[in-house]
Write a new protein. Structure first.
Length: 725
């Protein structure tokens, strides 16, 4: 039996190692924007050219990947003789193996840029397969079951997925803002052939007593193959119109349809750093043509050996009996139902540091989910523009649990032609028989609109026609303008280019956070009010604290913000008796000696000129609306009254304030009194003894006209003057 297993093992290994096997990678391509193909797996990254056209059939992508062993591990030479070294291979094999291939051929691919938009389209032929198998599968093939006496060997992690389909794709990318790009590729998938297994419960048990085998299995195999229906692959051997019809049905008329997409976003943090996130090959194909599905419900088969006497006499009958027994135990149920298979999707996340306009460093991580396993990879790279027509890239990757992947790439432009070649493992591409991973992508493009032609006066890497500040070196994030104060507001839009501020305030600082920028703030270090140009008013009297002699006490502007509590025309800070009225001569305190008995006042008959002065004061005296503040326009007439009182020191003056009947009585009484006092205060400040002046407020109690009309109310709002001796 050991010899039989060795024979099966040799055949299986030969098939694995002589097949043209390839797998997904694209690690070096992801950041190589010198060629348009990079936009497929990194949709948010714009290629360097404005227009590119991939030459049909001359652009291919192919890759080999097997993490188990290499051809050279299996095929050894000793003393000039070649031999198969199975023991070395089996002894060094890993727990879980993955054999993958992926081959892509472009029939058509092009892309072009219009302002901040990039459009692309492609038609590609794709062949992709994955075969996962555990170490126990190889050991059983080579050693047999001797190593597993009394044990159950599980093969449930073994599976196969293989597809051949055509991909029609349309892509759109856009520069949304100065910091954000986004892109998507929508794909219609036309399936041609597929084979797929679903995770199965497959195990083998070897009895420790009689070494009999017990097999348990529960599997599903979905297939969509030409071999499933007549004439199968013989259609390629027909001739004439029948051959054309059969080939047309195969390449164009099968009912295997699917959809998928690639999508990505890019964020530019500043002129040096940008970050990319992409999802690739997210989608499915529903297979309806040439379908055959095989499903075996859970079955068990026990093999205890064969009768040697019977085997010697009739070996054919003995083998047939074993085969019939196996068939009865695991007879599959066949169906023609359509089924769906997913694409081999990936997620890719990267960071890029732009050292200068021609050099960048990159880091990329990729994750792929397959058979309940996550397959990660990580790549470090550098991309360099050597000249206007030559681009180079180099990468180092950890991929498929291997750490010896050194990749390289080149793009050479010659006029409108571009040749490119990339690989994720340079040594493996040169020596594929000695490495686990070999990949190559190469082709020719037609290109137009290469960078480097545009003038860049300030040498900041941004062409003058796209540079808002072509004479000043600046940042790409600000369309070529500088930002001296590093506040993310370009100097061209910054009112305060040398002081860091916020975009809301056009780049100016607001040190006291009062919403008024420092350059417009009369008090930039103190929180203040807009109506006072950013200065505070602690007592809310309308006078800035810096101009207010009494910043904590509400006052009037006439006394520089200080109050006059007792109304004696002396501000409280200068009044020794701020709550008791007193003359200025006694510093605001009342005179303690008994005042002389006042004489009964006698109304004076004024001369004509004197009466005209009083009439002028009466006619021109005006106050701020609703207030006791005398308007400046009334000062001249009052000054004439002052001169009259100075010339006539024996004259005494009564000032009577009146209002109309509008509003509350208490308010009218107060307003009339305050206005009379304001006139008295004005005359006193001008040097007239306050004892010569009497101020009284009557409110609306002494109207001289009807309060029902506008004219009457206007006449009632008045201040009357009477002169006595």
């Amino acid at each position: 039996m050991r010899s039989l297993f060795r024979l099966v093992w040799s055949m299986a290994m030969s098939c694995m190692l002589t097949s043209n096997v390839y797998g997904q990678s694209d690690l070096t391509l992801y950041h190589f924007s010198a060629i348009g193909q990079s936009n497929e797996i990194n949709p948010a990254e714009f290629p360097r050219q404005k227009v590119f056209i991939s030459l049909p059939v001359l652009n291919i992508h192919t890759l080999f990947m097997h993490n188990g062993f290499t051809w050279r591990d299996l095929h050894s030479v000793r003393n000039g003789s070649a031999y198969w070294d199975f023991d070395q291979v089996v002894g060094g094999i890993r727990k879980n193996q993955l054999l993958s291939f992926d081959h892509r051929l472009d029939w058509l691919r092009f892309g072009f840029r219009v302002n901040k938009n990039f459009f692309s389209a492609s038609v590609s032929e794709v062949i992709h397969a994955d075969f996962a198998y555990p170490r126990e599968f190889v050991n059983l093939l080579y050693y047999g079951n001797a190593a597993y006496i009394g044990e159950t060997v599980s093969l449930k992690k073994m599976g196969l997925q293989a597809s051949h389909y055509r991909e029609y794709a349309l892509g759109y990318s856009r520069e949304i803002t100065d910091r954000w790009n986004a892109g998507i590729r929508l794909k219609y998938l036309y399936g041609m052939e597929n084979i797929r297994t679903e995770p199965a419960d497959l195990s083998i048990y070897t009895d420790a007593t009689d070494y009999s085998l017990v097999l348990n299995t529960d599997y599903v195999v979905n297939t969509s193959l030409l071999a499933n229906d007549d004439p199968g692959y013989d259609r390629f051997d027909t001739t004439g119109s029948e051959r054309r019809r059969l080939l047309r049905d195969y390449f164009w008329r099968q009912q295997n349809h699917g959809f998928g997409f690639n999508a990505g976003v890019q964020f530019r943090m500043d002129d040096q750093w940008r970050f990319n996130l992409s999802v690739v090959d997210i989608g499915f194909i529903t297979w309806s043509s040439n379908v055959r599905n095989y499903k075996a419900t859970r079955g068990t088969y026990s093999f205890s050996g064969i009768d040697l006497d019977r085997f010697i006499n009739d070996s054919d009958a003995t083998f047939q009996e074993v085969l019939d027994s196996l068939g009865q135990s695991f007879e599959p149920v066949e169906s023609r139902n359509a089924y769906t298979s997913p694409l081999a999707g990936r997620v890719m996340l990267s960071a890029v540091y732009q050292l200068n306009p021609g050099t960048q460093f990159s880091a990329l991580v990729q994750g792929r989910r397959l058979y309940h396993r996550t397959l990660p990879s990580a790549t470090l790279g550098i991309q360099r523009q050597m000249t206007r027509n030559l681009w180079l890239t180099g990468t180092y990757s950890m991929h498929n649990n291997r750490f010896d992947n050194i990749g390289a790439g080149i793009a050479v432009n010659g006029g409108a032609f571009q040749f490119y070649a990339l690989c994720d493992n340079l040594i493996g591409t040169i020596d594929p028989l000695g490495h686990h991973f070999t990949q190559l992508q190469a082709g020719f493009n037609l290109i137009w609109g290469r960078p480097g032609k545009d003038k860049d006066t300030d040498r900041d890497g941004i062409a003058d026609k796209a540079d808002r500040c072509p004479e000043l070196a600046g940042l790409r994030a600000f369309s070529g303008c500088p930002d001296q104060d590093l506040d993310s507001v370009p100097d061209i839009d910054d009112r305060c280019p040398t002081l860091a501020g916020s975009a809301r305030l056009k780049g100016c600082p607001d040190s006291d956070h009062d919403g008024i920028v420092d350059v417009d703030d009369a008090c930039p270090e103190a929180y203040g009010l807009y109506r006072l140009k950013g200065c505070p008013d602690s007592d809310n009297d309308g006078i800035r604290d810096q101009d207010d002699t009494c910043p904590d006490l509400a006052g009037v502007a006439f006394y520089k913000g200080c109050p006059d509590t007792d109304g004696d025309s002396i501000p409280d800070p200068d009044d020794r008796c701020p709550k008791i009225p007193g003359p200025l001569a006694n510093r605001g305190c009342p005179v303690e000696e008994a005042p002389p008995k006042p004489k009964s006042p006698v109304k004076v008959t004024l001369a004509k000129e004197e009466q005209e002065i009083l009439n002028t004061v009466f006619s021109n005296l005006e106050f701020e609306t609703g207030k006791a503040v005398i308007r400046v326009s009334s000062f001249r007439a009052l000054d004439e009254l002052v001169e009259l009182l100075r010339k006539r020191p024996n004259y005494k003056l009564t000032i009577d304030g009146h209002t109309d009947a509008t509003g509350p009585v208490a308010l009218n009484d107060k307003l009339s009194k305050d206005r009379a006092e304001s006139v008295k205060q004005y005359l006193t400040v001008k040097g007239i003894d306050p004892l010569r002046i009497t101020a009284t407020g009557y409110g609306s109690r002494k109207p001289i006209a009807s309060n029902k009309t506008v004219e009457g109310r206007q006449q009632n709002r008045r201040v009357e003057f009477t002169v006595f001796e």
